[in-house]
Every structure is written in structure tokens, then in C-alpha cells.
Design a protein around this ligand. Sequence first.
Ligand code: A3P
Length: 333
Amino acid sequence: MCSVEQNEIPDDEVGNIIKSKLTNDLIHGYCLFGKDDTCLPRYYETGAAAVEEFEIRNEDVIVASFPKSGTTWTQEMVWLLKNDLDYDRAKVEIYDRFPKFELPGLGNSRYDSGDLNRVNSIDELNACTGPRLIKTHLPFSLLPRQIRNGYKTPKIIFVMRNSKDTFISYYHMAQILWLWNVSKEELAKVYLADKVLYGPYWKNVLGYWNMRHLPNLLILRYEEMIKDLKSIIQRTCAFLELDPLTEEQLERLFTHLSFNSMKNNSAVNYEKVIKERKQYNPTGDGAFIRSGKVGGYKEEMSSELINKFDEWIKKNIENTDFNENYACFGHVE
Ligand code: A3P
């Protein structure tokens, strides 16, 4: 039974795009969950209570994000730091090393082609002994209650990325992984109406941003990772209370996490899943680790669409201390 408030998607223009273009054999329908009206597959209702009541451990580490913000990149860094830089064990697929909260098997790429055997990721996490590394795209407001009320303090690393690059990355990935057959303009309507899967983007980002005073929360920016990855590795290492890396260790991890290395690393580039999904959408083409740029949206968005995003950004960060320069352009000081 779902203990989390649940609302239906309105039956309007955006609702129709969702029904006709974002609904398929993989995701049969969507609902809005919790106080932020987070858009999730309807089947989340069968697992929402288990996430809410989940017994977290203080020694767990969570990597959280809005999709396409550099989650996998951050996961790979965190996994290696927490596992003594064991590059051999890092050859296992990232989704097998770093399970996701969302139930049942939502986006758990091993299992969710069609409706096949969705795994119960909460059972899987409960069965893990010792500290766990957990991925989630849930907003802070849908994290387990023990985290929200401060009863447990696992380390949380939230990675964010400017919303326009995130949108473009999301658009490309949705075609190959979620098999959505939707135009950029149609998807933008859904995104800007805050009804896109895992959205609203701003509730997700600001939900963590507003908690940044918590000592157990580290906020990273994709753009900073691009600019100075070594500093980010060192900052993350300190946050995780691990011994500082030697020069040699830092250099190797930096090289391992470079764009080209990640793009060619089958443990993190989702190539198996993309290949498997291709049978359902033979025209869908592309790579998960795609272009890795800051400001790439300028090549892929019309000026009209950029203006719409800018208005939406301004409206959403009004009365917050979120930096407009970063929010609009991804510029980091
Ligand atoms: P693009 O589609 O813009 O290239 P997530 O893991 O949250 O889904 O994010 C995926 C995005 O992170 C993709 O963005 C991907 O290319 C980018 N990414 C992954 N590894 C990267 C790296 N080493 N350097 C730069 N970008 C990386």
C-alpha cells in the first residue's frame, strides 16, 4: 500500500503528450507522488511505502541527482574511492555495483526491458551487508523518512547540472533507454510544465540545495567536474573521510574518469542495455556517454526554446539564493 500522496497527471495538452509519446511497454503510465508532485511511473505506488520506511545505515553513501546531471560519472568516482581503487572489481556494470532505491526495479537496467521480472531493489539493498552505495533520482522529499528527519545521517552526494544541458542530454537518452518517440519541442513542453519523469527539475535541485547546510550532504556541479576534476575527486575523498590520494593514485583515477575513458568503458556506458533496448526501437541511435560538454545546448536549441527555458529558470529561482548565472548558463565561478 502506498503511504505517499499520489495525484493523477492532468488531462491537458501536456498530459496528452505524456500519454501518447512517453508511455509504452516499458513505462505504462505515470503519476505525481509526494509533496513535490514528482512524476514517476505509476508502478512506483507498489514500492513507495518501502522507500519511505527504508532502514538506512549511517555508513551508507547515496549519490542523488536529477537524471542526466553526471550521476554515473559521480557514481564511478565514489565507488572507486570507497573500494580502495579496485579497478578490477570496477569492471562489473555500475548498476550491479551501485543499486538504485526506486522500486520495483524502476530503471534498474538489468531487468526492466518490457515488464520482465522487475527486481525489488529494496529487498536487494536490505540483503547487502556492510555499507551500501545507493543511487537515486528521487527528490529529497521522497528519500526515506529516517534521512529526512535526521534520525540517520548517511553521506549524500548530490550532483547537479544546468537545466538546458540536462534537458538535451535527457532528450537523447530518453530515445535510446526509455524508448520515447517524442520531438524535442514536445518533450520541452512536458519538461517546462514540470511533468517529466523525475521532475520537476527545480523541486529536485532546490530540494537538495536548500539542505546544503547538512554536514552529511555534499553538492557537486557537473560543470565544476568538467573544469577541475582533480579538485572534485579530492573534495569528495575528504567528504567521505578517506585518506587523501597519492599523486599517482589521483592521476590514475583522473584518467579513468576522463570522458574518453568513460565512453569506452562498458561497465559504465550502458552499452549492453542500449543494445538490448534497440530491439524495441531499431531507429533509436546514440550513446549514453554522448558529448560531455558544458553549453552544448546552444547547438541544439532554438533561440525561442532557450528563451522559454530562461523564463522558466528565472521564475523558479526567484526568491532563492540560487545563482542565476549558473542556472542560465552553467557558469561556475
Ligand atoms: P551528455 O548526454 O550531455 O553527453 P547521467 O549519468 O546522470 O545520466 O549523466 C549522463 C551525462 O553525463 C551525459 O551527458 C554523459 O556524457 C555525461 N558524462 C558521463 N561521464 C562523463 C565524463 N567522464 N566527462 C564528461 N561528461 C560525462
